[in-house]
Ligand binder design. Structure first.
Ligand SMILES: Nc1ncnc2c1ncn2[C@@H]1O[C@H](COP(=O)(O)OP(=O)(O)O)[C@@H](O)[C@H]1O
Ligand SMILES: [Mg+2]
Length: 212
């Protein structure tokens, strides 16, 4: 149980995670909540180095276990340095990608046993789960923002991204109470309104708990 609220945006590349994270942050700030916007991997000093190692073609082919441990290390450091302190002082933490991304992408790669990856991810995060995960779902073929220079994950094949998408959906289906799954090509404002509704409900439940 944390004082703040931990909200994660998940989904493939170019589905609108940053757009919606920005909108939610604005919505919350206007209502006088302290907001910390962050992302994985790479939003700490050590994390920046880890991000470079896992995503840059220059680091060559990484052993899948090494890769999983690097992602796990990034998460542990991120929670220690950014997420837990913010939650402890009651902030709303909005995080772009979290454990589901690691599971979806490492699982889609098929190189590792998914249950093992999940154990490593849960260990690295000491089981800290988001209060809400917003999954922006989209056929990878319809994602916008095709980049000229692609990192390792962005340049993985279509079937990889199809499997990752399905895995995101499976994770959401396992715990529907803590997910909001939305079609990513709905209007930006409509998505933002759905997210705000759900977050408002969480905030009032939290306030209700704290009320005398
Ligand atoms: N609901 C939407 N419908 C259509 N285009 C969108 C929508 N949300 C975001 N976009 C556009 O899609 C692109 C990728 O959005 P972005 O938020 O950067 O995605 P991500 O952070 O998931 O990679 C941007 O050009 C953005 O303006
Ligand atoms: Mg983004």
């Amino acid at each position: 149980m944390t004082a703040g609220l931990f909200i994660v945006f998940e989904g493939g590349d170019g589905v609108g995670k940053s757009t919606q994270a920005r909108r939610l942050a604005r919505w919350l700030t206007e209502r006088d909540h302290e907001v910390v916007r962050t992302f994985e991997p790479g939003d700490t000093l050590a994390g920046r180095e880890i991000r470079r190692l896992v995503l840059d073609h220059a680091s060559g082919e990484l052993d899948p276990r090494a890769e999983a441990l690097l992602y796990a290390a990034d998460k542990a450091q991120h929670l220690f340095e950014v997420v837990r302190p913010a939650l402890a002082r009651g902030a709303v933490v909005i995080c772009d990608r979290y454990v589901d991304t690691m599971l979806a992408y490492q699982g889609a790669g098929r190189a590792l046993d998914l249950a093992e990856v999940a154990r490593i991810a849960r260990w690295a995060t000491a089981e800290l789960r988001p209060d809400l995960t917003v999954l922006l779902d989209l056929d990878p073929r319809r994602a916008v923002g095709t980049k000229a220079v692609k990192d390792k994950l962005e340049s993985a094949g279509e079937s990889f991204h199809d499997r990752a998408r399905q895995h995101f959906l499976d994770l959401a289906a396992e715990a529907p109470e803590s997910y909001l799954v939305l079609p990513a090509r709905d209007a930006e404002t409509a998505i933002a309104a759905s997210v705000a509704d759900r977050v408002a409900a969480l905030l009032s439940a939290r306030t209700g708990t704290l009320a005398p």
